[in-house]
Design a protein around this ligand. Structure first.
Ligand SMILES: [Ca+2]
Ligand SMILES: [Ca+2]
Length: 220
């Protein structure tokens, strides 16, 4: 799609790095609950869904094998000896007959990436426990859309990354190996990107030129 993070600086992501330590100040770069629409930051074949409000608020969806991008400009230089650590969080709606690790009907994957750096790549199932990601916060049970298939909600999935100062980045959300929208779909809600200035990675981390050294996820 022509989007690149070639300007992302070398950095290291530490999965267990404490967020909001005593001296750190967290800033919000982006926040959207989609109750007033998508806004202008999203590209791709995007849409808003507002069905089945008993379980879902208005959200960014629905999608199947689509790829949608959240386009942001990162924060300015936080100062000498520091860089910004970004925390992306969102709710994920996994709707209808996702098949998880099934080799017959899947594997049904949901993926988050920035350029070639994959922040999350996991399988999800509404049929059984055969999936790589943790169990949902709600479901699986039928919440809406196709009545013969169950649905599930994952709250506050949290991923961290570093990026160059004042750079344009595109955070990509994508489904893989899914069937039609009436059979398997997904949506996003309560998407937030926050950041805080933290000490710059040490010399060892800086040896890895050419992008993020690691992109680990926190399974919140
Ligand atoms: Ca919402
Ligand atoms: Ca359903």
């Amino acid at each position: 799609m022509g989007l690149s993070i070639s300007r992302i600086a070398p950095g290291v992501i530490t999965a267990c790095l404490a967020i909001g330590s005593a001296s750190a100040q967290t800033h919000t770069l982006y926040s959207n609950d989609f109750e007033n629409g998508l806004g202008t930051a999203w590209t791709g074949n995007t849409s808003v869904a507002s069905d089945y409000r008993r379980y879902f608020t208005q959200f960014n969806g629905r999608y199947t094998n689509d790829r949608i991008d959240l386009n942001l400009t990162t924060a300015a230089n936080p100062g000498a000896g520091k860089h910004n650590l970004y925390t992306l969080s969102f709710d994920l709606y996994i709707i209808d007959s996702w098949d998880g690790n099934s080799q017959t009907h899947g594997p049904d994957r949901f993926k988050v990436s920035i350029g070639n750096d994959v922040l999350l790549c996991e399988t999800f199932s509404n049929q059984d426990n055969n999936q790589s990601f943790r169990r949902p916060d709600m479901g699986p049970f039928h919440m809406g859309y196709t009545s013969t298939w169950k649905d599930s909600v994952y709250r506050n999935i949290t991923l961290q990354f570093t990026a160059e100062d004042s750079a344009r980045i595109a955070i990509r959300f994508a489904g893989e190996n899914l069937q039609s929208k009436s059979d398997e779909s997904w949506g996003l809600d309560n998407v937030k990107v926050r950041y805080e200035a933290v000490p710059a990675p040490g010399a060892a981390a800086l040896l890895g030129m050419g992008g993020l050294l690691a992109a680990r996820r926190r399974r919140s």
